[in-house]
Design a protein around this ligand. Sequence first.
Ligand code: GLA
Length: 401
Amino acid sequence: MKILLFILIVCMISLLHAQKFEGLALTPPMGWNTWNTFAHEIDEQLIRESADAIVSSGMKDAGYIYINLDDCWHGKRDSLGFIHPDPEHFPSGMKALGDYIHSLDLKFGIYSDAGWQTCGSRPGSRGYEYQDAMQYAKWGVDYLKYDWCNTEGLNAEGAYLTMRNALYAAGRPIVFSLCEWGNNKPWDWGKDIGHLWRTTGDITNCFDCVVDHGTWKSLGIMYILDMQEGLRIHAGPDHWNDPDMMEVGNGMSVAEDRAHFSMWCMLAAPLIAGNDVRNMTRETIEILTDREVIAVDQDRLGIQGFKHSSNDSLEIWYKPLVDDSWAVCFLNRSKEKKKINYKWKSQIINDDFSSRRINFKENTYYIRNLWTKEDLASTNKTLKNEVPPHDVLLVKLVPVN
Ligand code: GLA
């Protein structure tokens, strides 16, 4: 009786002190996830080979460190309620897989769902949150993506809070990725619960389309981009808007992949690759590992960019960076090439959210084309350029002192 009382008191104290593990995602998380390419068909061989490829392709050195299993790794719960992996596809078990990933100096991510079943009809965490969190901690998990299927009747904030508390009680620092699709505005309540939250439904590998699956729709890159409107004020270090895992290398044109990647960087989005990293073209590797472009995403100020203007399918986005620098992205959404004749000197940029301003009449900037690595004429001159269809011109502005 006394022991039970003691356990109860310990549980209550730990609940009162529960919080999110702070500081795990001071810049947007970078890694790879199985879902966009492999969906339900995953096994330990695929994960090991992909982790190896992340290292050999240079992606690890470029910053991609999380190896994330998505849905369908699950087997059954045992008689005590603990979850185990599917023994056929993960015969060595999750601890061994985590150890392998860690031996490459990478981090191990896993997936579950706040409902009674995952979207892929595997066991969800509802009612087992504390046991699942304990199990993940034992396996050495570093990142949990937590989905929102089969949650009828649940309050989203409460359900994610329960898992946050369970993770905290289990004692292993784990990045907590809320995959609630933006249905209940997680940007309003997610900051103290998780490190990132999905803002939309699922992405698909097309530049500008919506695919209707009957009961749900998947969204092309431009469609998702438009849904980020107004959300930047909610994001910052350790709490990011997540416009979903990337489709770079999954069948769009090189220009479209480049535009997609550039815009995810302008959005300070988590950079979670979703392609088959064991079989990448040179162009895909070049896009995913471009240090100067990644630096826009990983800038330590963590200020999400914003659309400054839109004219005839040419959008101009600005993102404040450290040291009074800026990234500027000219995005051509149309199927025609677009000429740029950009008179910096007639622009005034005023970002109330970051309290950053530019008056190009008073301040001059050097301009670097981040993809081609060319230094262009300064902002004292009109920028003359051309952007191919579905492509970008991405530049960095550095103040001339
Ligand atoms: C949902 C999520 C996806 C993926 C699948 C897995 O659709 O939004 O990212 O995790 O579930 O079933």
